[in-house]
Design a protein around this ligand. Sequence first.
Ligand code: GDP
Ligand code: MN
Length: 391
Amino acid sequence: MKIQEADAKSLLLAQGLPVPGWEVVRSAGDARRAAERAFEAGAVKVVVKAQVLVGGRGKAGGVKVAGDADAVEAAAAAILALQIKGIQVRKLLVGPAAEIVREYYLGAILDRVSRRIVVMASAEGGVEIEEVARVNPAAIHRLGAHPHLGLLDWQARQLAFAVGLGGPHLREFAKIAEGLVATMLVNDADLVEINPLAVVRETGPDGMAVERLACLDAKITLDDSALARHPELEALRDLDEEDPADREAREEGINFIKLDGSIGCMVNGAGLAMTTMDLVKRAGGEPANFLDIGGGARADKVAAAMRIILADPQVKAILVNIFGGITRGDEVARGLIEARAVQAREVPMVVRIVGTNASEAGALLEANHFATASSLDDAAAKAVAVAGPAR
Ligand code: GDP
Ligand code: MN
C-alpha cells in the first residue's frame, strides 16, 4: 500500500527524522491561510506540493515555491487543476520552503535476494532514482542492514562518506539512515525513500547561516500482508486513488494483481494461480491477472471475481481453474452461471473444475453451454486459442 507524502513524513518524524513542518489542504483558499501561518512563523518562502501517489510531481508542475500569500494561492489553484500521470490532484501539502544547497538520495528497500533491508544512497538526489540507476549505476551506493542489529553506525558513516557528506553532516546523516531503517522495521514497510534528502541553509538564532540535513520528500510503501499488525496504518489508505478493481478485490477478500496480458485467470489457491499463469505462458498466451478467490469461495465471490476480471478491457478470454477441496465445484459453477447472466460483455470462457463435486459442476456447466477442459494444459491451450496470440 502506497501512502501520501504527508503521511510518510509523519512516520519519519515519529522516528526522529528532521522533516520541515507542513499542513495538508484541499483548496487554494486554505493553502493561502496555511501559507500565512508559515510566513508568520518566519518562513521566507512557502512550498506547495501535490499529494498524489506517483513520483515526478516536480517535473509535472506539481511542486511550486512562492514568496507571498497571493503567489501561494495562485500556485495552489494551478496545482489543484492538474492531473499528474492521470491522477487528479485533490490535496496539497503546504509548508515553509527550504533553501536547498545540495540534494541527495536516501532509500531503503526490502531486498529479497540478500534477504535484508538494503539501504541506498546517492549524491545524485532530486532526480528519479530509476533514472540514476539507468544512466550512472555506480552513483548509487548500497549496504545491507544487519537482520537483527539494523544499520550499524559504521555502515551509516560509510554511506555518508560514499556520497561525500562529511564534517557536521556525518553524524546527522548516520542518524537519518538509522532512522530510515527503524521506519522500515516499525511499520513493516517494503520501501522508504527520501528524495531529496537535502543540505538546507537556515538562519540561526544569532543571525548566522547554518547548514543541516532535512527530509524534503518522503515515499513509503507498506507491506499489505503486514497491515493486520498495524490497524492504525489502515487509516492512511487513500481511497481516492485506489483502483476500483483493487478496491473491490480487497473488499471481497480476493487476492488480485492486474497484469498486462489478455487472458483473465480465476483460480483458487495462490500456488495453483501461479501455475496456471505459467501454463498460459507456455501455451503462448499472456495472463491478464493473478487472481486467487481463496478457499471455500461461494457463488457470490465467484461472481465478484468475474466482475473484477471483466472490468479490464484487455481481457479477451477467461480461464477458470478450480481445484475443489473445501471449495465445492458445483458452487463455483453456479457462481459462473450467475455471473455470465449479468456480465457486461461477452468473453469466451474455458472452465476446468476438478475435485469436490466436480461431476455436479460438469453437468451444470454443460447444461449452460460452457466450454470445459479436462486437463490444465488443455484448458490453457483452449483459452489461448480463443484469445488469439499474445502481443
Ligand atoms: P517529486 O518530484 O514527486 O519527487 O517531488 P519532490 O518533493 O521531490 O520535489 C521535487 C523537487 O522540488 C525537489 O527535488 C526540489 O528540487 C524541489 N523542492 C521540493 N521541496 C522544496 C523546498 O522546500 N524548497 C525548494 N527550494 N525546493 C523544493
Ligand atoms: Mn522526490
